[in-house]
Design a protein around this ligand. Structure first.
Ligand code: S3P
Length: 160
């Protein structure tokens, strides 16, 4: 199962929790990239976004080799190659109305968000159609607890 969606929506937190309750492995593509190539802001600054996207494709391909939960970075769905890779997985799009996003984006580790929440909104609007295109299910996280979101994903993905 692959979690996609905008920056700060909670892909990593939700993915970790799902992996715990389902007792299956969890991997985060951002963490794979950092382990192999160093901090994301440095990759953007030194090598550029295009190179980062290449690392991201490789990380997604690697992550998909192990059955389990994969959390992606917000822009992972942009690559045509990644879109093809995602066809063989159950893809959950974690959406949000963005009301509480500001407090979730603190820490300044996201190179694309130097302009803050405004940039986040613009980027999210641009990418929404892509998230919708690649996903099997959309789960709106707005106003929902972690437990409720995880329960909804389980309900949607458990064969009846
Ligand atoms: C990005 C999202 C980040 C990270 C990088 C670029 C994006 O991951 O991959 O900063 O383009 O949306 P999160 O979605 O986990 O913040």
């Amino acid at each position: 199962m692959v979690l996609v969606g905008p920056m700060g929506v909670g892909k990593t937190t939700i993915g970790r929790k799902l992996s715990k309750v389902l007792k299956i492995p969890f991997v985060d593509t951002d963490s794979l990239i950092v382990a192999e190539h160093g901090p994301i802001p440095e990759i953007f600054a030194k090598l550029g976004e295009e190179k980062f996207r290449e690392f991201e494709e490789q990380a997604l391909e690697f992550a998909l080799q192990t059955p389990g939960i994969v959390a992606t970075g917000g822009g992972a769905v942009l690559s045509a190659r990644s879109q093809v890779l995602l066809k063989d997985s159950t893809v959950i799009y974690l959406s949000t109305n963005g009301r509480h996003i500001g407090s979730r984006l603190k820490g300044g580790k996201r190179p694309l968000l130097k302009d803050g929440v405004e940039a986040w909104r613009r980027i999210y609007e641009e990418r929404k159609p892509v998230y919708q295109m690649v996903c099997d299910f959309e789960v709106d996280t707005s106003g929902k607890s972690l437990a409720a979101t995880v329960a909804e994903i389980r309900e949607l993905t458990t064969p009846k």
